[in-house]
Design a protein around this ligand. Structure first.
Ligand SMILES: C[S@@+](CC[C@H](N)C(=O)[O-])C[C@H]1O[C@@H](n2cnc3c(N)ncnc32)[C@H](O)[C@@H]1O
Length: 279
């Protein structure tokens, strides 16, 4: 496992109980040594497609073992009343993405089921699943929808499910088109982003202003950006240093990626709604 290497990137670091929050840390989230036990109120987890160095192939056994390490660490850092949200796109299965592991071959890898099992072993119970529909068209390579799975400690799952929903949260299918691509400065696109309204709805539903939101896989910085807009503290981890300019742009602008402009009113409404105390 790579040795942790901290890199503070934020001009607006906030201190809480001696810890510096609002930072992107450039090392693997398998060991989030910068975060004390039980500090996180909400973790929004959008794992990479592969953890393989070539970024093209996938060894599922290694990948599952990797996610297991991440979830054990998420168990450590998450508050007993905290919430874990995973966002995952199941994959059309193919030997190329599978390093020849034939036992996994099939039409589809139901990765969300494995994530549910991994989370359960780490001590989290799935209490709800939403579908993020990115488009109503059919994708050839990837599915055009993702699973948004909500987890909590088993004894708290029911209590949370009974909470009144914030605007947009109640439906089981969230049709949010156009949210997964971000333009990179040197040309090209980052294609694996989540729609900001997924983060906004979860932050409004499960946290209060000042709570700590964690993005173990920062990517383009959607989760820190929405946490920042909604006045939450945040921490993010990312192994790809080249994404830092995009993350900074998402969090601090001055001009955020276009999807933030189209979501701005909804995010503001959710921020206002959640500024009232929620237990
Ligand atoms: C699906 S993307 C996250 C997208 C993000 N939620 C967004 O909206 O932009 C996954 C990210 O995880 C990063 N990553 C891969 N392995 C990692 C690790 N071990 N620790 C932290 N980040 C990692 C990848 O570089 C990639 O940017």
């Amino acid at each position: 496992m790579p040795k942790p290497r901290a890199d503070a990137t934020s001009p607006k670091t906030r201190h809480s109980a001696g810890n510096a929050w609002n930072r992107v840390i450039l090392h693997t989230c398998e060991r989030m040594v910068e975060i004390p036990d039980h500090a996180v109120h909400l973790a929004v987890v959008a794992p990479p497609f592969t953890n393989d160095k070539d970024r093209r192939t996938l060894d599922k056994e290694h990948y599952i073992a990797f996610l297991q390490r991440v979830f054990v660490e998420l168990d450590r850092v998450t508050h007993p009343l905290g919430t874990l949200v995973t966002i995952n796109t199941d994959l059309r299965d193919h030997a190329r993405y599978n390093r020849g592991q034939r036992e996994y071959d099939g039409l589809l890898w139901h990765k969300h089921s494995d994530i549910c099992r991994i989370a359960a072993v780490a001590g989290f119970a799935c209490f709800h699943t939403k579908i993020w529909a990115k488009s109503l068209k059919t994708g050839v390579y990837r599915l055009t929808y993702s699973h948004v799975q909500l987890f909590r400690r088993p004894n708290l799952a029911q209590r949370l499910a009974a909470r009144p929903p914030v605007p947009g949260f109640a439906p089981d299918v969230w049709l949010l088109p156009g949210g997964s691509h971000r333009r990179l400065r040197g040309g090209g696109f980052f294609r694996d982003a989540i729609h900001p309204l997924i983060a906004a709805r979860c932050i409004a539903q499960f946290t209060r202003p000042g709570d700590l939101v964690l993005a173990p896989f920062a990517g383009s910085g959607t989760i820190p950006a929405v946490a920042h807009i909604m006045d939450r503290t945040w921490m993010a981890y990312e192994t790809d240093k080249s994404l830092l300019p995009l993350i900074r742009q998402s969090v601090y602008g001055p001009v955020r990626p276009p999807v933030f402009a189209t979501s701005a009113l909804d995010i503001a409404l959710l921020a206002h709604h959640s500024s009232h105390a929620r237990s």
